[in-house]
Design a protein around this ligand. Structure first.
Ligand code: ZN
Ligand code: ZN
Ligand code: ZN
Length: 205
């Protein structure tokens, strides 16, 4: 998916895509989103998932922190919108010292509630695969519907499409299927240009 569409999704659905810029070790969201043709169906799904997550957080005010595992109330200023450092004292299970020498403070800096988030959004065998960190029946149903819809939606342009085999199974409309080589080359070029821009932006002045 191109950078503009990618950023639009992350900006509009900050809870769902809270891990978009997370590390490779913690999430597969760092790989971004699949084809631009699926932007609309991913947007539609996201606009239904975001309020479900918001409600989940409101209903579960003391969720464990996904970084340190302690409850929200153990984090300093837990009642505010931006809880800070964790103030828990744990017993270190690996310590051979007697109490209190076997106690250790939790050094978690910021609270990150363990609520459902997107874990990976990708294309596989021509279909959209949308994975969450955790599910409810409601979330799973919405995702199932969207995944089914992706099999009838051109992943390149969003028009009605079907499974094709361009050396790789994809869902494409007739036009994108016929011009696939050119489209792929063009996408590749755009991705390289974006990479170059990003590198340039990182260079020191
Ligand atoms: Zn924490
Ligand atoms: Zn903690
Ligand atoms: Zn198409």
């Amino acid at each position: 998916m191109n950078k503009e569409n990618d950023e639009k999704l992350v900006k509009a659905f900050p809870l769902l895509y809270g891990d978009r810029y997370g590390s490779e070790q913690s999430t597969a969201m760092c790989w971004g989103f699949p084809g631009d043709g699926w932007f609309d169906i991913i947007w539609d799904l996201s606009s239904k998932l975001e309020p479900i997550i918001r409600k989940f957080i409101a209903d579960n005010p003391n969720l464990e922190c996904s970084t340190c595992g302690c409850e929200r109330t153990k984090h300093y200023a837990s009642a505010t919108d931006s809880p800070g450092k964790c103030l828990s004292i744990h017993i270190d299970p690996y310590s051979e010292e007697e109490a209190p020498a076997n106690y250790r403070a939790c050094f978690c800096d910021t609270y990150a509630g363990m609520y459902p988030k997107a874990f990976q959004v990708k294309e596989k065998f021509g279909g959209l695969k949308f994975y969450m960190t955790t599910y409810s029946d409601e979330i799973r149903n919405l995702i199932d519907k969207t995944q089914a819809l992706s099999l009838k939606t051109c992943e390149e342009c969003g028009k009605p499409g079907e499974k094709t085999n361009t050396g790789w199974i994809r869902t494409l409309c007739k036009n994108c299927d016929e011009n696939w080589v050119e489209i792929r080359a063009n996408n590749h070029k755009k991705a390289l240009e974006y990479e170059q821009q990003r590198r340039d932006a990182l260079l020191p002045e």
